[in-house]
Design a protein around this ligand. Structure first.
Ligand SMILES: Cc1cc2nc3c(=O)[nH]c(=O)nc-3n(C[C@H](O)[C@H](O)[C@H](O)COP(=O)(O)OP(=O)(O)OC[C@H]3O[C@@H](n4cnc5c(N)ncnc54)[C@H](O)[C@@H]3O)c2cc1C
Length: 446
């Protein structure tokens, strides 16, 4: 089937759905990078099958431009573009995150300090709407929809084609690890380096109250040696001790994949960081796809567990991040904490204007909390993080537990713009609304 036939088949699936058959969600090939939730009503939805959308359609080397179907994984994409010494402007760290998921779910990574989120590198989208219409969206065509697809989590329609920019790359990355003594030093050096812009990659990892490491990377054509964190060695631990490193560019991008950051520690199988266990079970348990698949399979066992582990990214306005970190250390005290500076090139129209004003800088600092146990009676760390992030004018990604009441939610997200976009692309509510999708007990979410 060619691309046009695939898209026509998806539009036909939508148009042929019986009226009143309830909200729809997608059936993709790649594993979802959402925290599995057995109580999510989407499991009972009639699915729209988009598994065929997994091809790279065009790779225009001189124009540094690529066109893909949104089910393409970043691992496949990077392999194809690196062969021409090019890469996307944003490559999420887990191999099977897809282009569509990165746009709709707000992925960020160590090039975000320069280029923002993946959406910011996109030139146009093709979208199948909730009425089965096929629309082209770009800054000049259906511009509101083009902007609002970003961070819409599949609630405005189905992306079927994505056109985006590429940048030059080299085969290796030279990593330079800088250790700082305090959060204040870590923060000020990181921001100075972001402003200077001489590194290709900037992020950081806080290993504990006294161990702050900036991970600074630069493309290079030659490497005196190369490292390997795909099976026995553990990337995040290496950053606590090494001064520098030389992964291949492909391995750099997916450096966190083997442990799914450090979620191997949260698996019900103990000691997955030990050599014997890695030799014995590494093939079936290591790697983000394995880890997420196992969590999905095991989640029904935890159906009645109220407070699941905290796995979430929060984007904190840069001027407020010191305050956030002080609170975090006193309240969650969980490490490692992954830190990613993220320069949003514009105020996104999906953020409420008053909420957006709380960030007086162009930068957010993504603080990624992956695996904090939520087992203190009477305390819900998800809720505490949600409240603190909002208080500081930040944005919490919606990839796991969400507890906003509706009025509060729409003080963060831009209701008028969202409703206008929804009226254009999904007037009959084929897909859940943004609030209903992430608050399963809200009216209209079933
Ligand atoms: C454990 C964990 C670790 C993570 N680590 C990182 C990381 O290192 N770096 C990073 O950048 N991000 C990370 N994320 C966040 C991740 O980027 C987002 O969750 C992203 O949305 C996942 O995309 P996916 O391809 O897995 O899509 P899915 O999880 O399948 O979908 C994500 C959302 O996008 C929508 N969507 C998917 N495809 C389409 C489409 N074709 N059209 C319209 N909507 C669509 C879905 O409806 C859904 O709401 C992590 C998340 C988790 C849970």
């Amino acid at each position: 089937m060619n691309h046009e036939e695939k898209v026509a088949a998806i539009a036909a699936q939508i148009r042929s759905r019986p009226r009143g058959s309830g909200p729809a969600s997608l059936r993709k090939s790649a594993v979802s990078h959402f925290v599995p939730n057995p109580n999510d009503p989407k499991h009972g939805d009639r699915k729209i099958d988009v598994r065929a959308l997994d091809q790279i359609l065009e790779l225009d080397i001189p124009a540094r431009r690529c066109v893909v179907e949104p089910g393409v994984t970043f691992s496949d994409l990077v392999r194809a573009t690196l062969a021409h010494r090019l890469v996307p402007k944003l490559v999420p760290e887990l191999k099977t995150i897809t282009v569509g998921g990165a746009i709709a779910g707000c992925s960020v990574e160590s090039m975000s300090y320069r280029y923002g989120g993946f959406h910011d590198s996109c030139r146009s989208y093709e979208l199948v709407t909730g009425t089965g219409e096929i629309l082209r969206c770009s800054p000049g065509d259906n511009s509101l929809l083009f902007e609002m697809i970003h961070g819409s989590y599949g609630t405005l329609g189905i992306l079927t084609r994505v056109e985006f920019d590429l940048i030059p790359a080299m085969p290796y990355v030279h990593m330079d690890y800088r250790r700082l003594r305090s959060f204040a030093d870590f923060h000020s050096v990181m921001m100075k380096l972001c402003e200077e812009g001489r590194y290709d990659f900037i992020d950081g990892i806080i290993h504990g109250r006294d161990s702050f490491v900036l991970c600074l990377g630069q493309f290079t054509d030659r490497a005196p040696w190369t490292s390997d964190y795909k099976s026995l060695n553990i990337f995040y631990k290496s950053t606590a001790t090494r001064r520098d490193d030389y992964p291949t560019t492909y391995d750099y991008f997916f450096r966190y994949d083997t442990e799914c950051h450090w979620l191997t520690r949260s698996l019900p199988v103990p000691a997955m960081e030990s050599l014997p266990m890695r030799l014995l079970l590494g093939k079936v348990l290591l790697g983000s796809t394995n880890i997420l698949n196992w969590s999905r399979r095991l989640r029904p066992l935890l159906k009645h567990q109220k407070n699941v582990d905290v796995v979430v990214d929060v984007f904190i306005p840069e001027p407020r991040v010191k305050e956030f970190y002080g609170w975090y250390e006193a309240t969650l005290d969980y490490f490692p904490l992954w830190i990613v500076p993220y320069r949003a090139p514009k105020v996104y129209p999906w953020i409420d204007e008053d909420h957006a004003k709380a960030n007086s800088s162009a930068y957010f600092i993504d603080c990624a909390v992956y695996g904090k146990k939520n087992d203190v009676p009477g305390v819900d760390y998800h809720k505490l993080l949600e409240d603190k992030t909002r208080e500081l004018g930040g944005i919490k990604t919606l990839i796991s537990q969400n507890q906003y009441d509706e009025a509060t939610f729409w003080k963060i997200y831009h209701r008028d713009n969202y409703d206008r976009a929804k009226r254009i692309s999904d007037p009959d509510g084929m897909f859940r609304g943004l609030y209903e999708k992430f608050h399963p007990t809200a009216p209209g979410s079933r």
